[in-house]
Design a binder for this molecule. Sequence first.
Ligand SMILES: Nc1ncnc2c1ncn2[C@@H]1O[C@H](COP(=O)(O)OP(=O)(O)OP(=O)(O)O)[C@@H](O)[C@H]1O
Ligand SMILES: [Mg+2]
Length: 275
Amino acid sequence: MSLAILRPVPVESSLRAVNKKVLSVVGLGKAYNAGSRVLDDISFDLHAGELVAVIGRSGAGKSTLLHTLNGTITASEGQIINQRDDGSQQNVAALPARKMRQWRSECGMIFQDFCLVPRLDVLTNVLLGRLSQTSTLKSFCKIFSDEDRARAIGLLEWLNMLPQALQRAENLSGGQMQRVAICRALMQNPKILLADEPVASLDPKNTRRIMEVLRQISDNGISVMVNLHSVELVKEYCTRVIGIASGRIIFDGHPAQLNENLLHTLYGEEITQLN
Ligand SMILES: Nc1ncnc2c1ncn2[C@@H]1O[C@H](COP(=O)(O)OP(=O)(O)OP(=O)(O)O)[C@@H](O)[C@H]1O
Ligand SMILES: [Mg+2]
């Protein structure tokens, strides 16, 4: 993926990309403990260029869903079918651990607490996104190619983070850390980007900035799935919304279809606390 494709493309191209299926989730289930099912019979298709919000009250299973897709949590049942460009399919829910690394490079994730290495500088943190495609020895010694460095610098420049490139990650603001986490995830050329509450700790200005970035990423054909607590942001930025209650999908459609009844079913009395 060249940096050029991270810039907005004409609407016609992005509409074409939206029709391409990249992932099929079929009957996905997760039980951390026997008898208590956190995800139950989750099925949906994900397409290139979609910006999909996952919403639901606290404990509904949103983070578990994203982590299960990415393979950081193992599914208890069901399939996660990776639809490859060459037409072949791969059930990533049944991959052995050694092959999971490859899937994680195709399905990047931005974690709620950023997961940056505090004492390393910003540029190195971004380069660490290449680990899944770098040999163990090279990654241990933090040896990266000129091409990787150029790409990392390009991504930081794109997100206005170049001035901080040599600053330690621990000295950044929350909004800056989030942008570095996005750069790191994009370093691995993912076709899917998962973001677990990427704006939870940000002020309104940084929240909009990050949502704009996610929109640009999806406009360039990457499927973005994002856990959000703000219905207002879902309606403003997302092309689709999946509503989860008690581990089951109860809504999958366009954000404009979210009405009071549906929101009440999803959030119960907590609805009054949402913006
Ligand atoms: N490692 C775990 N072991 C046991 N139960 C867990 C574990 N992780 C999550 N759970 C439980 O699974 C359910 C779903 O949790 P999850 O974190 O997916 O919810 P969420 O929708 O992301 O909530 P929030 O909006 O608060 O982040 C919760 O009841 C939670 O307590
Ligand atoms: Mg969560």
